[in-house]
Design a binder for this molecule. Structure first.
Ligand code: A3D
Length: 318
């Protein structure tokens, strides 16, 4: 096989995030992009529009749209955003049931047409959806991961930059746990110019606490402002950073929803932990020391994720 062959990246779901993923994947030269959606002809329209930006942007990727799973055949990497958002009057169970049905169908088709692909799941509820995808597809655990922590950390970094005036480039942030309001942003392991946030001159514990809370509610803040739909630019950029680390074997450390086999005391579940992403997918999961308070916050988050898993069992998906 020609090792210089372009990667094939398939996007399952061509909605708000899907369209941005296609544009960013092309801009980052990740490879050729296939956009799949169940809505008739819509992915073809978006793909053609994005493809027509490539001559102007000086890019060589092709972008194609499809309503047929056969077109994802042989993909190197798949990013899944298929799902529906919660609608007014819809219960949590209704939403879980609908998205779990969609994810089961997606997993069966990805397994059929692209069993060797790396898979990044974005659909919500994230930790439950990535777990379900892995169980239904049976694809290797180190090649199936969920995007949430990169976005949550990006939000935390943005708020720290807004507060300190320091460029986001010199800010790192560490976020653990499930995606949702139980997530655990860790100021002790977040830095500004290499200085732990908790030691940064002039930054009070109250200000740090406010940024931690704003990070945990970061998705809701954007939903409230947009009034329809949820965030899509930063979620797309976050998944693209993960894809880049895998496809270019960058070995970057990102918080990702990974399958646990005893890490931090958790078993048989996906939860956000720091992981090294490279050519093998999840190459390492880092276990860092946590204070009793931090561990108890992470346990609380794990309990919420475990609850979703139980719901999937109760509804007959597992
Ligand atoms: P949206 O613009 O609604 O796109 C979802 C797409 O999925 C639509 O085009 C649907 O037609 C499509 N779809 C529905 N059913 C299927 C199916 N069976 N097969 C293939 N495609 C299907 O949503 P979006 O792009 O804004 O968000 C996508 C998902 O990401 C949602 O579940 C969001 O809740 C989630 N999300 C997660 C994060 C995280 O950080 C984890 C952040 C933001 C959004």
């Amino acid at each position: 096989m020609n090792k210089y062959k372009r990667n094939k990246i398939s996007l399952i779901g061509a909605g708000q995030i899907g369209a941005n993923l296609a544009m960013m994947a092309a801009q980052k030269n990740l490879g050729d992009v296939v956009m799949f959606d169940v809505v008739e002809s819509m992915p073809m329209g978006k793909a053609l529009d994005i493809h027509q930006t490539t001559p102007v942007q000086g890019l060589s990727s092709t972008i194609t749209g499809t309503n047929s799973y056969a077109d994802i055949e042989g993909s190197d990497l798949i990013i899944i955003t298929a799902g529906i958002p919660r609608k007014p009057g819809m219960s949590r169970d209704d939403l879980l049931q609908t998205n779990a049905k969609i994810m089961t169908d997606v997993a069966q088709n990805v397994k059929k047409y692209a069993p060797n692909a790396f898979v990044i799941v974005i659909s919500n509820p994230l930790d439950a959806m990535v777990y379900l995808f892995q169980k239904v597809s049976g694809m290797p655990k180190q090649k199936v991961l969920g995007m949430a922590g990169v976005l949550d950390a990006a939000r935390f970094r943005t708020f720290i930059s807004m507060e300190t005036g320091v460029s986001v480039e010199d800010i790192t942030a560490f976020v653990l746990g499930g995606h949702g309001d139980t997530m655990v942003p860790l100021p002790r392991y977040s830095t500004v110019g290499g200085i732990p946030l908790t030691e940064y001159p002039g930054l009070s514990a109250e200000k740090i606490d406010a940024m931690v809370k704003r990070t945990a509610g970061g998705g809701g803040e954007i939903v409230a402002l947009l009034k329809t739909g949820s965030a899509f630019f930063a979620p797309a950029a976050s998944a693209i950073a993960m894809a880049e680390s895998i496809l270019f074997d960058k070995k970057r450390i990102f918080p990702c929803a990974v399958y646990c086999e005893g890490e931090y005391g958790y078993k048989d579940m996906h939860i956000g932990l720091p992981a090294m992403l490279g050519a093998e997918g999840i190459e390492k999961i880092l276990e860092v020391k946590l204070t009793a308070e931090e561990k108890s916050a992470l346990d609380n988050s794990a309990k919420a994720v475990e609850g979703l898993k139980e719901d999937l069992k109760r509804l007959g998906f597992l």
